[in-house]
Design a protein around this ligand. Structure first.
Ligand SMILES: Cc1cc2nc3c(=O)[nH]c(=O)nc-3n(C[C@H](O)[C@H](O)[C@H](O)COP(=O)(O)O)c2cc1C
Length: 171
């Protein structure tokens, strides 16, 4: 798939077929995350990949909107260090967003759907994943082959109009 087609085709996918994702495909997606740009190249991320059904069901309990994690074929948990201050936190969030998008676009390219999830209960997430206390679960990305319809370019995305968003030269 062309990159622009992957951008047009990615959408939030929360229902998945039972088909597992091959290890090689998961590695391609994770590699896209590893290659993401970051401030001063500090790479403020680790990726924990979960495929065990019982563990996925447990992970789905860390946030009220995380039900799709339980049904996913695999979920990537983006782990970062507990930030020492607000500036570090904001920079890490930006960079984690870049890694998220790289992985979602790589998944789309492979025909694999993806759906974000926030993490509210850090204590539970740490216990499930065996993380030390100085680590934080930033977000989760559920992955799976879409159960509804394949990933093809969306003609009418649910977005603000182009001219309302884009300002040429000046506000
Ligand atoms: C930072 C972030 C966190 C999100 N968390 C959740 C979540 O916890 N549960 C969920 O169902 N969707 C979550 N989403 C998905 C958004 O609702 C979705 O991306 C948005 O509505 C745009 O739709 P689209 O992805 O289909 O383009 C999250 C998205 C982002 C960017």
């Amino acid at each position: 798939m062309e990159t622009l087609d992957a951008i047009r085709s990615r959408r939030d996918v929360r229902t998945y077929t039972a088909e597992p994702i091959a290890r090689e495909r998961l590695e391609q997606i994770l590699e896209a995350g590893r290659r993401s740009p970051s401030s001063r190249n500090w790479q403020p991320w680790d990726f924990v990949i979960v495929t065990d059904r019982d563990e996925l069901r447990e992970l789905a309990k860390v946030w009220q909107g995380a039900g799709h994690i339980a049904r996913s074929a695999a979920t990537i948990v983006l782990v970062t260090s507990v930030p020492p201050d607000e500036d570090t936190r904001a920079t890490a969030q930006y960079d984690l967003g870049q890694a998220t998008m790289n992985m979602m676009l790589a998944a789309t390219d492979l025909g694999i759907g993806s759906g974000h999830s926030a993490v509210a209960d850090q204590k539970l997430a740490r216990r499930i994943l065996g993380l030390p206390d100085d680590k934080l679960c930033a977000y989760m990305i559920a992955l799976g082959y879409p159960a509804d319809r394949p990933l093809t370019p969306l003609r009418h995305p649910n977005r603000r109009d182009f001219d309302a968003v884009v300002h040429w030269g000046k506000w």
